[in-house]
Design a protein around this ligand. Sequence first.
Ligand code: PHE
Ligand code: ZN
Length: 849
Amino acid sequence: MKDASPQTIYLKDYTPFGWTAEEVHLTFVLAPSATRVRSRIRFAPNPDAPQQDFFLHGEQLKPISFAIDGAPVSPEITETGLTCAVPEGAFIWEAEVEIAPVENFALEGLYMSNGMYCTQCEAEGFRKITFYPDRPDVMSVFTVRIEGDETVKLSNGNPQGQGDGWAEWHDPWPKPAYLFALVAGDLVNHPGAFTTMSGREVELNLWVRPGDEGKCAFGMEALKKSMKWDEEVYGREYDLDIFNIVAVDDFNMGAMENKGLNIFNSSAVLASPETSTDANFERIEAIIAHEYFHNWTGNRITCRDWFQLCLKEGLTVFRDAQFTSDMRSAEVKRISDVIDLRGRQFPEDQGPLSHPVRPESFQEINNFYTATVYEKGAEVIGMLKTLVGDEAYAKALDLYFERHDGDAATIEDWLKVFEDATGRDLTQFKRWYSQAGTPHVAVSEAFENGTYTLTLKQHTPPTPGQPDKAPQVIPVAVGLLSPNGDEALPTKVLELTEAEQSFTFEGLSAKPVPSILRGFSAPVVLERETSKEERAFLLAHDTDTFNRWEASRDLARECLVAMITEGAEPDTAWLDGLEAVIRDSALDPAYRALMLGLPTQSELAQVLHQRGVTPDPDAIWTATETLKKTRAERWSKLLPQLAEEAKVTEPYQPDAEQSGKRALGSAVLALTSRLDGGEAAKAQFESADNMTLQLSALACLVQAGAGEDALAKFRAQWNGDRLVMDKWFGLQVAASGPSETADRAKALTEDPDFDMKNPNRFRAVMGALAMNHAGFHRIDGAGYQLLADWLIKLDEKNPQTTARMCSAFQTWKRYDETRRGLMKAQLERIAAKPGLSRDVTEMVTRLLS
Ligand code: PHE
Ligand code: ZN
């Protein structure tokens, strides 16, 4: 068990390690419950570091022997590591430890998944493998020998030799320990090859369990596309002879960028049309790109310390978003990303877990792999690019790679290359990294004598530990439309730097309609009193596709808020405007599908809370249901026409074009099911030859309360497929009505195929419970209790996944007294659990503060 007494680590306390690790040799003698790890490391004093004791991290290691320069030594060992007297100059450190991968359910360090050995070392897992300075600023060249009977034995870098029962690998690129990886198992390979821009041949391999060979082709193609794109757009070439990817069923996150040996959650790489949805395919393509792009942004240039996590993650998310925009539709990607940001990052920023993109302290770094660090971190880079322009961005990135290749860098280094490349002072911009919270931008306007004035006021609500905020640099992309719908002023980026600032536009013949925050040019909340007519005008005429979508979203939100708070009827003017858009067959079906989306129930709860109204989850659910029904009835004639348009006649391809049609089709089917009780969905379910159609039909049937037969059939069809069965588990909870969500989820935890040790399965059920807004918030507290029960159980096995799921409670303070009391009681119950992990202790403490 981990040390539960919480110790806080501060950015300001950074000091370099007293030694450099010049060479690391590791030998693994594999055995499930007694793997031996021998290390031989050459350490030399680090001239840049202050005097300090020689301390190596190490947790849950059984010490066997230690030596310095060949002579046995007896270090002092604690729960967290060892200290040892060492010579003054350079020396050779040797250690042998024993670990038990088969008992490792935390999935950090060396563990086993379906009989396969694999590792996960980010952020601090290497210390569970051997004693080491487990910090990203200690970079070294690793040589690894693996001994075992497994047919496939992999590590980082290039293969150096193999024989009966052994294999050796050498990675020429110095790297921190968090990028170390080892895999051994009886795996099969889907091979590929790539010729780099300088003409080097790279061997590509995708390693999977026997039986999964048929799900590799798409991932392999995505890898090649990523390699090519990074050469073309960023000038970055791959730097080893071989690139291996391994699919693992038990994994805490999506995937990991270990040097030359990426390890993937099988859900983030395995795909086939029969078993994966269009959304799965798109996500897989993005994650493969993301991990591959880390080779430069993360591996060649890594982070000095974990406070700098956004240096690699924000940038790599930004890069993978660019890639997806290039491969698919940029407008669809942008809208999807904003939906995701508002759904995951805004709640984080607005609740007790709020933290800056670069946090200043933590207890458990695993708790900071957040939407703020990743997605807001990417938004910050997007703003930087908007402010300096595309050309200067490219120049700054070239300088970054040139100046910092091989470094463990900081946000200061990152901003400095932009300052040097552009001559700009980024002191104020840096607040995006240090100030938590989502800025609000209030807009007012005036028009006089042909001059139009926009006044922007910014204000960021207080967040934990940061009561007062200074103004940030906010790029606000604005366009002006003439009353007849023509563009009076094409997009222009206003730089808001003061608390309040006015911008004027001259020579206008009539008062224009402003289109503000085009493309969502900054991650802020826009506050603007706008008439419905003006929003409807933008929905009809805005030349910015993002803001056209946003206009409809705003109208949808106002419509729902009025229904919830005043019992209003659905806004028919908006529905008419929307109908015109979805009828427009010149528009991309994917875009029209997004137009048909509604704000989530949790987003509505957030909006109500911001307006001083206590959100009632049942009322929100009822209004949403009523609106859906109204839309179905209103559009009953249109739906068959749209369904026809959404039909794909060609063989299945998971590309943007076909996926867009299917997305429209499934939005239409959801509406149709509200009229026909699920008849059309049943027909689609029976005839579907791909998972996208099968699953969307199943969701409609469950939602209509007519899913029992189809669920049984689906299970019979897919029983042996873990990834598809995850969908079966999750969908039932996600699509069930609020009164039965918790009971469904509970029943599923009693299913023989529910395995809490598998994070995918656990998340399928518990994640869906937490996401079903009205179901989770059932007034008797059954949802809260069920989740807390399982979090308490899982913490004993897997603290990291448990801690991440605690965020389901992050909005607890916004609800009524009854619900608040019930949620608080569950958080306190979790907190009181004896032996609670450091990860979960930190999370519940922050949530309760
Ligand atoms: N670094 C991984 C990524 O973003 C995420 C990860 C973090 C995976 C920690 C495992 C553990 O690509
Ligand atoms: Zn990443």
